[in-house]
Design a protein around this ligand. Structure first.
Ligand SMILES: [Zn+2]
Ligand SMILES: [Zn+2]
Length: 260
């Protein structure tokens, strides 16, 4: 029996005050954690202890072990930077994306991002935690900033996937999660299907940073980095408002810098 089936069969107390779908999902998940042993969210096999992923799926994970330290781009060999970053150093000083956007990750991340499967987000955060801690990306940093969603998009989706990742990762990194430092000022068309130039145009002026970020060293957090256009635009807004340093963290990074 799949978790979804079990979830549906839980008798929800209909007399309680109405709660948002998200709060309900959190409540169900917490309940399920008590009654179900870990099970793989990718293939449904029994999970590793304390992790909703099985040993086989773990062994097949596309770790992004040799990546450009500046932009996180997967590289065939370790190097101080990729070609693009050597040519023009990005404003973001460091990027860490522990996984490549490949194999199982291309199925897990969209299920988390677009289909309200928040348990996948928690599993992914737990999955990359050891890499994030070992890397030291948060050393000397002041805050973790999840990439903001425009309120219209937030209302449609019901949650911000970056914030769902920021909560557990902020706790592991002992970094305060700050939602007040960066805002999405403008709703933008979905980036999917746009080339890099169109993405940049689409994002112009999309982010506004608070003056409170002045002098701060911050880590921007997103679920996946495709071309990096959103992170670049957001980092520029933070730097314009006086941030001392911006680093970036994501669960996964796309292999090829499409139309960069
Ligand atoms: Zn599995
Ligand atoms: Zn690079």
């Amino acid at each position: 029996m799949l978790t979804e089936d079990i979830t549906l069969s839980i008798d929800i107390d209909r007399n309680r005050h109405p709660v948002s779908a998200l709060a309900e999902a959190h409540r169900r998940h917490r309940w399920l954690q008590h009654v179900l042993p870990p099970h793989c969210l990718h293939c449904q096999a029994p999970g590793l202890p304390g992790l909703d992923l099985c040993a086989t799926c773990w062994d097949e994970l596309p770790w992004n072990d040799t990546a450009c330290p500046r932009c996180g781009l997967p590289l065939p060999h370790p190097a101080p930077a990729c070609g693009a970053c050597l040519k023009r150093a990005p404003k973001i000083t460091r990027t860490l994306a522990p996984l490549r956007y490949a194999d199982s990750v291309t199925q897990l991340l969209p299920r988390f991002k677009f289909h309200q499967q928040l348990a996948i987000g928690r599993m992914l955060a737990k999955l990359v935690e050891h890499v994030v801690l070992a890397d030291g990306i948060a050393d000397g940093m002041d805050a973790l900033i999840p990439m903001p969603l425009h309120r219209k998009r937030l209302a449609q989706r019901g949650y911000n996937q970056a914030l769902e990742l920021a909560r557990p990762l902020g706790k592991s990194l002992q970094l305060p999660v700050r939602l007040d430092l960066l805002h999405r000022a403008r709703d933008t068309a979905p980036q999917t299907g746009l080339d890099a130039r169109a993405r940049r145009r689409n994002l112009r002026g999309a982010f506004v940073a608070s003056p409170s970020v002045k002098g701060m060293h911050v880590v921007l957090l997103d679920d996946v980095i495709t071309t990096g256009a959103s992170l670049r635009e957001a980092s520029q807004a933070l730097l314009r408002s006086g941030a001392a340093e911006v680093r970036a963290l994501a669960i996964a990074r796309a292999d090829t810098p499409k139309h960069r």
